[in-house]
Design a protein around this ligand. Structure first.
Ligand code: 0RA
Length: 404
């Protein structure tokens, strides 16, 4: 149908009439951002996201990602397995609904932890629609089920193919080269960077990445295991591996009491640069947004209050600016938002106003406690802030002198 419509100078109405999966193939960029290298890798992230969701719900702890010999991708997890019973409304297996209907993912599981992530969270059916071939295998209640697809269309109803003691879901897909015309070759390093990031953002999960396209000198496949027990704390140490800390340890907090689960970790180093990473639903928000504003507000207010009460500012004849609090700061903010509003040029700026206060409060609380319990570190940080303010002030004076 889509081919026909393409040829026939279609109208707005006929686009509406298009079935979701055909629309994905017609306008893939609307779903995955672009059809270049980024979009291609996005397919993997989308499938892995589903397994991460299963893990975040506490139902699995191990995810395997493989680049296969033929260039296809396999993602497997040890979760509950995508349900295969007949979906009441659609009259076909729930697995088939998830795989072949746009926007069906996860909706039938009300308890799920699922939060949507902008470009992510579009659903595994999008990956299926953009794949020449895809195969889903479900290990569930002692049985193995399977279904295969071509360009998003099922080749046969879900069938039982054996018995098992395992639990989980395995997805294998081969991207459609007529969609990804630039390349369908996956980069190990790109996938590794994302899997490392995901393991820091979702502590406790073990993600293994294997490249089966080539073997190393020892005759083994290149493979890495990503696992973080400490999450953002470890992420900070990773980011600052080549910088020198000025405080005794990474400052971190986690709060999932409120509407907006917040995780923050930070450290101060001897450098003069600010290095803040912010995430919403595991997606790097390059353009920042309300969670970053909340972080800055909490950091500035708390450090300012502490500095004011410390008496260390008495000699200072001018105001400290927000920037002064962030010199030599490396920080990560990760929030989970049920209905994120993404704005900005690249849609990587969080717009939800309700996120500011919880993040700011969480950061304030964390820092207040830390400063109180670690007076030596507190003094070191305040002194660094004062130095930054003085340097800024001196630079301004020098500039004014030259201009005069
Ligand atoms: C909803 C319900 C249940 C499992 C899943 C989703 C699920 C989805 C994916 C996607 C990749 N791996 C997955 N693993 C599980 C099952 C609910 C139940 O068993 O009661």
């Amino acid at each position: 149908m889509s081919e026909e419509i393409k040829k026939n100078n279609y109208s707005a109405d006929s686009i509406q009439a298009l079935e979701g999966m055909e629309h994905v193939r017609m306008r893939p960029s609307m779903y995955i951002g672009d059809v270049g290298v980024r979009g291609l890798h996005h397919l993997v992230y989308e499938v892995v996201d589903n397994s991460i969701d299963e893990a975040m719900g506490g139902h699995c702890d191990t995810i395997g990602v493989a680049i296969n010999e033929d260039g296809s991708i396999t993602v497997e997890d040890n979760g509950r397995g995508i349900p295969v019973d007949i979906h009441k409304k659609e009259g076909v297996s729930a697995l088939e609904v998830v795989m072949t209907k746009i926007g069906a993912g996860g909706k039938f599981d009300k308890d799920s932890y699922k939060v949507s992530g902008g470009l992510h969270g579009v659903g595994v059916s999008v990956v299926n629609a953009l794949s020449n071939h895809m195969r889903s295998t479900v290990f569930r209640e002692g049985k193995i089920y399977e279904q295969e697809y071509e360009k998003g269309k099922s080749l046969y109803p879900v069938k039982q193919i054996g018995e098992t003691g395992k639990r989980g879901t395995t997805q294998t897909f081969y991207p459609d080269p007529s969609i990804f015309t630039q390349t369908i070759e996956f980069s190990y390093d790109t996938l590794a960077a994302r899997m490392r990031e995901l393991s820091f953002l979702n502590k406790g999960i073990t993600i293994t990445l294997t490249d089966k396209r080539e073997k190393n000198d020892k005759g083994e496949f290149v493979s890495e295991v990503f696992h973080s027990d400490e999450g953002l704390k470890e992420y900070i140490r990773f980011l600052d591996a080549n910088r020198e800390p000025i405080v005794s340890h990474v400052i971190s907090m986690e709060s999932d009491k409120g509407e907006v689960p917040v995780e923050v970790a930070l450290i101060y180093n001897t450098s003069y640069t600010e290095n803040i990473f912010s995430y919403v639903n595991n997606i790097n928000t390059h353009e920042g947004g309300t969670h970053l504003s909340g972080f800055r507000r909490g950091l500035t207010n708390t450090l300012k209050k502490y500095a004011d009460n410390s008496g260390l500012l008495e000699k200072l004849k001018f105001e400290i600016s927000g920037d002064d609090f962030r010199e030599g700061l490396t920080a990560i903010i990760s929030v989970k938002v049920q209905e994120p509003q993404f704005e900005g040029q690249t849609k990587t700026k969080l717009g939800n106003r309700e996120v500011v206060a919880p993040v700011s409060q969480a950061v304030s609380e964390m820092l207040e406690n830390y400063l109180e319990e670690n007076p030596n570190d507190a003094r070191t940080i305040v002194q660094k802030v004062i130095l930054a303010a003085q340097a800024r002030h001196a630079a301004k004076k020098a500039r004014e002198m030259v201009q005069r």
